[in-house]
Design a protein around this ligand. Sequence first.
Ligand code: PAF
Length: 282
Amino acid sequence: MERITTVAALQELVSKARGEGKKIGLVPTMGALHVGHISLVERCVAENDITVVSVFVNPTQFNDKRDLELYPRTPEADCAMLEKAGCTYVFTPSVEEVYPEPDTRVFQLGAVAEVMEGRYRPGHFNGVAQIVSKLFAMVAPHRAYFGEKDFQQIAVIRAMAAQLNFDIEIIACPIVREADGLALSSRNTRLTAEQRRNAPRIAETLFKSVTFAHDHTVEQTIQFVVDAINAVPEMRVEYYEIVDGLSLQPIKEWSDSNYIVGCITVYNGEVRLIDNIAYRRP
Ligand code: PAF
């Protein structure tokens, strides 16, 4: 594995590989890697000749300065995990390398970017679109891999890629969970011991809600989830929405869609956790 810090070096290596007819896969990350990220890298390695993993804590997607400061950074451990997973190039640029000038682009990504995270984290998806579009332009991969824990992010990236005509296959990979159900997240390391003990209640409630939904309305199911999680010490649901899996617009009746996903954000103390569950898949 080679570590690269400049855009010029990255572009030289990937364009050489492309010229040799090699398939290039990209896994964008913000580091603090865990088994969930490694599952994306392993899939990328299995499906491509060259795997590029970017490790960059992108400042433009943090609408909360404190969240950016507290975001975990573990560069040495990240590199060791990536090497073991078979990554070809790890790209670890500085902020100045990625943004030599401030990125003033404002994306209009439509309704998928306006609901849920779009409403609660203004500017977040614009920052995601800025960095991912830059990475897509730098690497020009054949395929790019994202985790389904950030379910809405994938829809936003697809919208951005379609708008900018990137010819890149965007591959959504399943959520990886701890044995107790907690969705893996770099933010989990910030939980206190008690918060960590309680955290699996999020997934547990979402799983139970699938059975609950069989004989309850959408509205009742939302209430069931919100009440159960808010009853856990230190937990507060920011939103729980049951949406169409493609448009991400809320549904009213179970018959409204054949692809239905519940998306949740919960503050566990001051750590913001997200998760989601499919009620119905096409
Ligand atoms: O999901 C993430 O870790 C980030 O939003 C991404 C896609 C790497 C862009 O910074």
